[in-house]
Design a protein around this ligand. Structure first.
Ligand code: DAH
Length: 339
């Protein structure tokens, strides 16, 4: 029997546990009411007298060993659960992080900025809430001028002098008022017009205005600049300048790019012609230069304004302009770009 107890002592010493439940089972097995120790203590009276001493020492050792073990394991498990990292599964794969993408309008805007910055144009900006002078009057569009009807305007009801800018041409006025020539600047931004919303037009959209003022600037410079721009942006070189009218330029032209008719979207956006009108241009009217404090005898220049939305729609085959402002993630996440 003493040998059996010695075996149990060795077993108790070697015992290891991972959970509190295992420790409790161990405690019950050795130290519980009906546990091994109580059995041996009950056995004590039957042990022969000459063996009582050795037997007594053995079961006391077993008792202490079991008790120490229980205390030690309990403390160990207690410490482990205090340590918050112990529950982390470091081998678990990470949660994927969804990375945002740029809006197609920003992508095209940045491309345009890039193309013009390569030929020395800087970027300028102006306010979307504008006054009459900068949006119309300084641009040779005085009050009651019929050409104001070309752009259905949102006015502020309480102050007819304040409006939402109808074009980014207002920024060229601000720029000329504040910077002496030579000037080479582009002004991207949002513009507003009171138009019915459809797949092709919206009450707000985006333009980039371009302005070049120096001595001896000619229409050939304008054409060459637009040719460079469209070739860089579309990879297609064919453009046409259609004579047109804008109060702030003389002569004026509309800029068309030949895009082709390969897809349904091409048909829709080019109205089945394959030609896309991207904006207007012309030689800055001397009246505008004078209004902005620039000597029209000494300086001349060209200006142009192109629509970003339609370009983005063609480049990315977007068939409805409304998608550009609905912020549907399923639409937006399709656009990835370096710019
Ligand atoms: N502001 C004109 C528009 O929104 C576009 C435009 C035409 C801008 C001719 C210009 C220009 O700078 O020279 O329709």
């Amino acid at each position: 029997m003493i040998d059996k107890i010695k075996e149990l002592i060795a077993e108790a010493e070697a015992f290891k546990a991972q959970t509190k439940e295992e420790v409790e089972a161990f405690r019950i097995k050795y130290l519980g009411k009906k546990g091994l120790l109580n059995e041996y203590f009950a056995e004590f009276k039957n042990v022969a007298n000459d063996q009582k001493k050795e037997f007594g020492q053995a079961i006391n050792t077993l008792k202490n060993t079991a008790q120490d073990k229980v205390n030690a394991l309990k403390a160990e498990l207690e410490n482990a659960s205090d340590n918050s990292t112990s529950n982390l599964d470091l081998s678990r794969p990470g949660e994927p992080i969804t990375i945002g993408s740029r809006h197609p309008i920003s992508i095209v805007k940045n491309q345009i900025i890039d193309i013009f910055s390569n030929i020395g144009f800087n970027v300028s900006e102006g306010p979307e809430i504008e006054d009459d002078w900068h949006n119309f009057t300084a641009l040779n569009l005085p009050e009651y001028h019929p050409a104001r009807d070309m752009q259905d305007t949102f006015f502020i009801q309480t102050n007819p002098d304040i409006l939402l800018r109808t074009h980014t041409s207002s920024v060229q006025v601000r720029y000329m008022e504040n910077n002496p020539p030579p000037i080479r600047t582009i002004s991207p931004g949002r513009v507003y017009r009171n138009e019915a919303i459809s797949a092709r037009s919206h009450c707000f959209f985006h333009q980039v205005e371009g302005l070049y003022i120096d001595k001896d600037v000619s229409f050939a410079d304008l054409k060459q600049t637009l040719q460079y721009f469209t070739t860089e942006l579309f990879g297609k070189a064919k453009i046409r300048l259609r004579p047109s009218y804008f109060p702030f330029t003389e002569p004026s032209a509309e800029v068309d790019v030949y895009w082709g008719l390969e897809t349904e979207t091409d048909y829709k956006i080019t109205k089945g012609t394959g030609w896309l009108e991207i904006g207007g241009c012309g030689m800055v009217d001397p009246n505008v230069l004078t209004n902005c404090g620039i000597d029209a005898e000494e300086y001349s220049g060209f200006a142009f304004g192109v629509g970003i939305d339609r370009i983005a729609m063609l480049l990315h085959q977007i068939s409805d302009i409304r998608l550009l402002s609905e912020n549907d993630v399923r639409f937006l996440e399709q656009f990835k770009s370096a710019l």
